[in-house]
Design a protein around this ligand. Structure first.
Ligand code: SF4
Length: 206
C-alpha cells in the first residue's frame, strides 16, 4: 500500500524509496510522502496546512499541481491553509481570510481579489511585491494581536486606516453584500449611505 501511495504522489522508484529514511529524501519528496500518508486513510477532505512552506518555487509548483490532480482524481475536497496569496490565487475556488481568529472576508476567489471589501484583505493584497519591482513595498502598520488579548470591537481597528467610531466598541458581523461576505463597518466596496441590505452569515439573525 505504501508503494501504491508513493506511486500516486509521483515519487519515482516507489519500491526502493519506501525502504529509505526521510533524510534520504529531498524536501519536495518528503512533502509528497506527507501527502501520501494523509491519503492513506482515504479522506473525503484533505487539510493542507502550509504545504509549500520552505520549498523553492519550482518544487512548490509541482506540489500544488500534485494537490490539484489528486483533488480531481480522488474527488476529495481540500482546505488549504497558507499565507501565500499567489498560491491561493492559483488553486482555490473559495477563500476565507482570517484575522485575530475570525473570518473577516469570504467569497469566491475572483471577487476576493478584485472586489475586495475588507481593509485587512486589501492590505494583504497590497503587500505582495510586484514582479517589475516598481514602487515601495507596502506593509500593514502594527502587529497582529495576541489571541489571548484581542482588541475589543473589530480586532483590526488598531491597525486600520478606515476605523471609525463603532470600530473599537462594536464587533462587526460577517455580512453577505453581494461580491464577498465581509465583517467590517466600512467595507471598501460601499459607502455607509449606499449600504445594501445584507444577509447575516455568522448565525446571528439580528
Ligand atoms: S470594522 Fe472598522 S476597524 Fe474593522 S476593518 Fe472595518 S473599518 Fe477597519
Amino acid at each position: 500500500e505504501a508503494e501504491r501511495l508513493f506511486e500516486l504522489v509521483a515519487i519515482p522508484q516507489p519500491a526502493r524509496r519506501v525502504r529509505q529514511y526521510p533524510h534520504e529524501f529531498s524536501g519536495g519528496m518528503r512533502q509528497r510522502a506527507m501527502i501520501a500518508m494523509a491519503l492513506a486513510n482515504k479522506p473525503d477532505l484533505l487539510i493542507a496546512d502550509e504545504p509549500t512552506t520552505a520549498l523553492d518555487v519550482t518544487v512548490q509548483a509541482q506540489i500544488l499541481d500534485l494537490l490539484g490532480e489528486l483533488r480531481e482524481e480522488l474527488g476529495i475536497g481540500m482546505v488549504l491553509i497558507t499565507h501565500d496569496l499567489g498560491v491561493v490565487a492559483g488553486i482555490a475556488d473559495e477563500i476565507a481570510v482570517m484575522y485575530g481568529g475570525s473570518v473577516v472576508e469570504r467569497g469566491a476567489t475572483e471577487p476576493v481579489f478584485y472586489e475586495t471589501a475588507h481593509p485587512y484583505t486589501a492590505g494583504l493584497i497590497g503587500a505582495v511585491p510586484t514582479l517589475d519591482g516598481t514602487g515601495a513595498l507596502r506593509q500593514i502598520e502594527g502587529t497582529p494581536p495576541s489571541i489571548f488579548s484581542r482588541p475589543p470591537g473589530c480586532a483590526f481597528h488598531p491597525r486600520c486606516g478606515r476605523a471609525g467610531a463603532p470600530c473599537p466598541v462594536d464587533t462587526p458581523r460577517l455580512l453577505d453584500r453581494g461580491g464577498t461576505a465581509c465583517a467590517c463597518h466600512f467595507p471598501l466596496t460601499e459607502t455607509a449611505e449606499a449600504a445594501r441590505p445584507a444577509r447575516v452569515l455568522d448565525g446571528d439573525p439580528a
